[in-house]
Design a protein around this ligand. Structure first.
Ligand SMILES: Nc1ncnc2c1ncn2[C@@H]1O[C@H](COP(=O)(O)OP(=O)(O)OP(=O)(O)O)[C@@H](O)[C@H]1O
Ligand SMILES: Cc1ncc(COP(=O)(O)O)c(N)n1
Length: 516
């Protein structure tokens, strides 16, 4: 029975995965992530990692029986998740225990073969497993397991999968979660079917987005134990699936941050939860910077940077860059004004407002100096025609190029989020990457013997502005502080915004080559 508001006590009866991604290790993390109290009776031990299973050891079935008895003789169990049992004896032991204790929620993930292709169920155990299935309220086979249980070919389409799930439900009397993880395509749908349900056989169907990752080790284990936990709390299978599916999608999306193993890595079960150990000052910003290491290396390798440094950058490319820089600064100034409006302290409010002001000054300076020497209209400038500026009578001589427009649009979209932290993270790469690229260019340039004759020497000289370097340090510190205060979900949104802006920074440096 659902115990609203109480912490569900959930027992996993499964195999151990020492690499922590599947089996009881995944179950305990999932149960805790869903707010339950996790327990584990170990049916089998595997030696495995993200690349495969190298050994399996099955303790005597009596020892599994002793574990189950130790738990149920003392603790009221609100839900049970059953995973890898390994042998027919272990399966029979669990069946006898279930018949005796009748836990209110039983989810059975009929683990037969690992993602890696290794067998996790003895050949002679399939009959015993078939006899265990009716003891469960919900079965969660993946498609190859569904096919094996029905002794049919593996379903090739979602419709075939649903029909096969219904046949298994009919045969066992249990509800079945049909999972689309093993199908091809951009979607990853799941459906709850129950052939004998009075409201019709399909209780819920959720179309999920397929996350582009190879970190799918233990998704089935994680989902089934999370479902058992949420079901114990809500008593509503469809709602439990909706909650757990969304959580699993987040866990798959955040899985790259774990950096565990070189094969099919685990999912990030606690992506949604705040770390118990608070981040030290600077740590969040450092992690943002580490996230974009690849993009940073790609910027350093751009022809624009090398040619600017060598003095071989075509004049037209430089002119395009300056024009787009001026247009970008105008949009960016409005974004910084919005960061200022959202700032939680007067110090931050003032800082970002000064940034907004400085952008307009730099834009005006660009027009007065560089652009008057490099008069240009971007050849592929699409969209708004030349228009008169409201003050000063200066004409805007070019429209935003595609990258400038996309970058500014992205920043404006981030400002629509209404989150100071997310918008600051979106705005930060323009300070940080520009400062880093500029400082590196400037120091290499200053070391040249022919620096005085360099065609872009005066421009490269502007990169040495200490006021901008100081503003960058403060922008980093404020964004870092906002990140340390943010919830786990908001931190994730900050990471996405910071990454997207960094990619636009790269595109911006590369735009002259592609669009000038
Ligand atoms: N790349 C993905 N993106 C989004 N969801 C996914 C992805 N891969 C699997 N899922 C989801 O994960 C859950 C488990 O699905 P799957 O069919 O892969 O089970 P499984 O094979 O039992 O898992 P396991 O990898 O633990 O054996 C389902 O909800 C499925 O939709
Ligand atoms: C102990 C144990 N239980 C279950 C699985 C299945 O998970 P996956 O199919 O993701 O490898 C596993 N690999 N190990």
């Amino acid at each position: 029975m659902a115990r609203a508001g109480a912490i569900p006590r959930v027992l996993s009866i499964a195999g151990s995965d020492p690499s922590g991604g599947a089996g009881i290790q995944a179950d305990l993390k999932s149960i805790a992530a869903m707010g339950g109290y996790g327990m584990a009776a170990i049916a089998a031990l595997t030696a495995q990692n993200t690349r495969g299973v190298t050994a399996v050891h099955t303790p005597p079935a009596e020892f599994l029986a002793a574990q189950l008895e130790a738990v149920s003789s003392d603790i009221e169990v609100d839900a049970v998740k059953i995973g890898m049992l390994g042998t027919a004896e272990a399966i029979r032991t669990v069946r006898a225990w279930l018949e005796r204790t009748r836990p209110p929620v039983v989810v059975l993930d009929p683990v037969m073969i690992a993602t890696s292709g290794d067998r996790l169920l003895a050949d002679d155990a399939e009959e015993a497993l078939a006899a265990l299935l009716p003891q469960a309220h919900l079965l969660t086979p993946n498609l190859p397991e569904l096919a094996a249980l029905l002794k049919e070919p593996v379903p090739a389409t979602w419709e075939e999968a649903l029909a096969a799930g219904l046949r298994l439900s009919e045969r066992t009397g249990s509800a079945v979660l049909v999972k689309g993880g093993h199908l091809d395509g951009a979607d990853c749908p799941d459906a709850l079917v129950d052939a004998r349900h009075e409201d019709g056989p399909v209780l819920a169907e959720i179309g999920g987005r397929r996350v582009a990752t190879q970190n799918t080790h233990g998704t089935g284990c994680s989902l089934s134990s999370a479902l058992a936990t949420v079901q114990a709390r809500t008593g509503d299978w469809a709602r439990s699936l909706a909650v757990t599916k969304e959580w699993l999608e987040g866990a798959l999306t955040a899985s790259d941050r774990l950096e565990v193993g070189r094969g099919h890595g685990p999912v990030h079960h606690f992506h949604h939860a705040e770390a118990a150990v608070p981040l030290a000052p600077g740590e969040f910003a450092e992690s943002l910077w580490a996230d974009i290491a690849k993009v940073r290396a790609e910027i350093d390798a751009l022809p624009f940077v090398a040619e600017l440094e060598a003095g071989t950058l075509p004049e037209a490319h430089f002119a395009y860059y300056l024009t787009q820089d001026a247009l970008y600064l105008n949009g960016y100034s409005r974004v910084l004004a919005r960061v200022s409006a959202l700032a939680p302290t007067e110090e931050e409010q003032l800082f970002w407002a000064e940034g907004a002001h400085a952008c307009l000054e730099v834009e005006a300076e660009l027009h007065r100096t560089w652009l008057s020497r490099h008069p240009t209209v971007a050849p592929d400038a699409a969209g708004s025609p030349a228009e008169a500026a409201p003050t000063g009578g200066r004409a805007v001589t070019a429209a935003q190029g595609p990258v400038t427009k996309a970058y500014v649009d992205h920043l404006l979209a981030a400002s629509a989020s209404g989150s100071y932290a997310v918008l600051a993270a979106a705005a930060l790469p323009c300070y940080w990457i520009y400062a880093e690229v500029g400082a590196a260019l400037h120091s290499r340039h200053a070391a040249r013997s022919d620096a005085a004759d360099h065609p872009y020497g005066a421009w490269i000289g502007t990169y040495a502005d200490e006021r901008f370097a100081e503003a960058t340090r403060r922008a980093i510190a404020f964004t870092d502080a906002a990140g340390r205060r943010a919830s786990a979900g908001e931190q994730e949104a900050m990471r996405e915004a910071f990454m997207a802006s960094s990619v636009y920074e790269r595109e911006f440096f590369d735009a002259p080559r592609r669009h000038a």
